[in-house]
Design a protein around this ligand. Structure first.
Ligand code: FES
Length: 87
């Protein structure tokens, strides 16, 4: 498990091992647009302010994965204890 931080508000939420970032935010009243929920379509693309994403999508390029400035929160996770998102 890890935490996500909302950049605009400073709020921090837990993401459980069995839920996605999208689901964890949804549970807390923060609604992201999603479509495929499997890392394919690109709908949920979100900026990363701090932390290192654990990419699970096939939408972003290898270069974008390496840069770590974008994440698909419907499926990807975090390698760091906290991932700060540009929301
Ligand atoms: Fe399709 Fe996240 S909803 S990539």
């Amino acid at each position: 498990a890890f935490k996500v931080k909302i950049h605009s508000t400073g709020e921090i939420f837990d993401v459980g091992v069995d839920q996605s970032i999208f689901e964890a935010l949804d549970e807390n009243g923060i609604f992201l647009a999603v479509s495929c929920e499997s890392g394919v379509c690109g709908t949920c693309q979100t900026g990363v302010i701090d932390g290192v994403p654990d990419h699970r999508d096939v939408f972003l390029t290898d270069k974008e994965h390496a840069q770590g400035k974008l994440i698909m929160p419907c499926c990807s996770r975090s390698k760091t204890p906290v991932l700060e998102l540009d929301l």
